[in-house]
Design a protein around this ligand. Structure first.
Ligand code: F6P
Length: 522
């Protein structure tokens, strides 16, 4: 399909005019004062996620113009192309079908071979997850993977801690920094440890280095039964077999790394919360897929959020978004979203390789809510830049400590309120300018289903902004150069060859080699 880039549409020019006329000076306090129904008009219930968008710098007219932009860019046609299985990841010639991983089988016969394969693998993987859960000799499960093969599963295992079996300790090793693996291994014993080697390509240097070291440690500790203690999660089954791992759960090239936690890469989640929990997780995401596919545009939450992101990035010029989960189990939520959004949409050319003259992915950053309050919320309230904040809160706690949850939620609400209303005080340092926008996402409970829906919401919202910008959200060429250069420099650290290097890299190389007195660099 032909997509029209946002900056070539009439709607783009109209939005510029609107921004000049009333967008730049938009005042949330006035908007609430003049419209008593604003909360109802700008909030909505999507599957498992209630979203209050009313504290954003938009009115009905601006939202309508953003919807017009989506129409002129063909966002919904692009969405349909994805769900149809078209090869929308053109630079890699691949379809983008992570949604299929959470699609249920039809009532009758299934005509889609990919969906059949998805369910065959899912059943096998969940069967294995249950076997691991029932195996009392395995006390520790170590996921070795990085990027999408780490961030999603790690975030979800932490988030669903309250649903996890206490019989397994889950560990995540991603960094090639040996401190991470060494400190993990120091707490383990080979005969009670299961290693999950998670890598779509089974070639990522960090993961392969950690996997080899884990295997050496296992064998040095008397471990012999690799089939029982190592399992590979990969789309490169041949490479896993070469590595010496027989038990492999595969997936497909149409699953991007940062969209892979629904696939075999989700095995740590399934071990933690069990097969039934994992199926609920998939069902929650599927409910959001259906919402994205079928909700009317004006009530389509991923569409609305993605368009809001465009409004803030390209018209207000906001360069970042702060993520504030008010639930400690969601503490890896910001890190997970960083890869999802910044690896997907951190692009400076369109899908045809033509330079873009406007900003794309903002910087995403954040921390658990109240911790952030005592670190950088000063800047959010009184700093020179306006940073939209995205709160996530959960109505029902999973503990019974009196008072805590009400206080936590009070803090979330108070921060969103303070950002918006501000405060005129003694002037100068005590004044809060206010009119600082935020969105508030609210879950009834943090459950497998609601987490699945929340993640799928974010996946689709990133799709929408990427689609408006005309970029390919599903490749990641920007990570390649550093990988190639690291291979070259690793050799030079051994040989000392500094030929052709810039003076800074050469100087640092010399210092690192000079410091190599038993540090294992050579
Ligand atoms: O960081 C680049 C990247 O390719 C990510 O997209 C991916 O999630 C990560 O590396 C890990 O890749 P793999 O799962 O192939 O080891």
């Amino acid at each position: 399909m032909t997509r029209t880039r946002c900056d070539r549409t009439p709607a783009w020019g109209a939005l510029r005019d609107t921004f000049g006329a009333r967008g730049a000076a938009f005042d949330l306090r006035q908007a609430f004062a003049s419209d008593p129904a604003r909360f109802d008009a700008f909030s909505q219930q999507a599957p498992h996620v209630f979203a209050d968008l009313s504290k954003n710098l938009i009115d009905a007219g601006i939202e309508a113009q953003l919807q017009q932009l989506a129409r002129e860019c063909g966002v919904l046609e692009h969405r349909d192309a994805m769900f149809r299985g078209d090869a929308i990841n053109a630079s890699e010639g691949r379809a983008v079908k992570h949604f299929l991983l959470r699609s249920p089988l039809p009532e009758g016969p299934c005509a889609d071979p990919d969906l059949q394969a998805v369910h065959a693998t899912l059943d096998a993987m969940l069967h294995y997850a249950e076997a691991v859960r029932a195996d009392s000799a395995i006390t520790d499960v170590v996921n070795i993977g990085i990027g999408g093969s780490d961030l999603g599963p790690q975030m979800a295992v932490l988030a669903l801690d309250a649903y996890a079996t206490p019989a397994k300790r889950m560990h995540f090793v991603s960094n090639v920094d040996g401190h991470e693996l060494a400190s993990t291994l120091a707490r383990l014993r080979p005969h009670s440890t299961l290693f999950l080697i998670a890598s779509k390509t089974f070639s990522t240097i960090e993961t392969m280095t950690n996997a080899r070291s884990a295997k050496r440690w296992f064998e040095a500790g008397g471990g012999t039964d690799i089939a029982r203690h190592f399992c590979a999660l990969t789309s490169n089954v041949a490479a896993a077999t070469d590595f010496g791992i027989d038990r492999t759960f595969g997936f497909w090239d149409w699953v991007g790394g940062r969209y892979s936690l629904w696939s075999a890469i989700g095995l740590p989640i399934a071990v933690a919360i069990g097969a039934q929990g994992f199926r609920e997780f998939l069902a929650g995401a599927h409910a959001m897929d259906r919402h994205f596919q079928s909700a009317a545009p004006a009530a389509n939450l991923p569409l609305r959020l993605g368009l809001l992101d465009v409004w803030y990035r390209n018209f207000h010029g906001f360069g970042s978004r702060s993520i504030a989960p008010y639930h400690s189990a969601l503490r890896r939520w910001p890190a997970y979203l960083q890869q999802l959004e910044m690896e997907s949409n951190g692009k400076r050319v369109d899908a045809q390789g033509q330079a873009l003259g406007f900003g794309t992915a903002p910087v995403l950053w954040g921390e658990s809510g109240t911790n952030g309050q005592h670190a950088y919320f000063q800047m959010l309230h009184q700093g020179s830049d306006r940073v939209p904040v995205e709160f996530v809160a959960v109505r029902q706690p999973r503990h019974d400590l009196p008072g805590h949850h009400a206080l936590l939620l009070a803090n979330a609400l108070a921060q969103a309120q303070a950002l918006m209303v501000g405060k005129a005080d003694a002037g100068g340092q005590r004044d809060f300018p206010g009119n600082r926008p935020s969105s508030f996402l609210l879950l009834e409970a943090l459950s497998p289903a609601s987490l699945g829906a929340l993640i799928a919401l974010q996946e689709h919202r990133v799709f929408v902004s990427g689609s408006v910008w005309g970029i390919n959200s599903f490749d990641q060429w920007g990570v390649e150069l550093g990988k190639v250069l690291a291979g070259d420099i690793a050799q030079r650290l051994r040989s000392g060859d500094r030929s052709g290097l810039d003076a800074s890299t050469a100087g640092l190389l010399d210092r690192l080699r000079g410091a190599d007195r038993g540090l294992g660099l050579a």
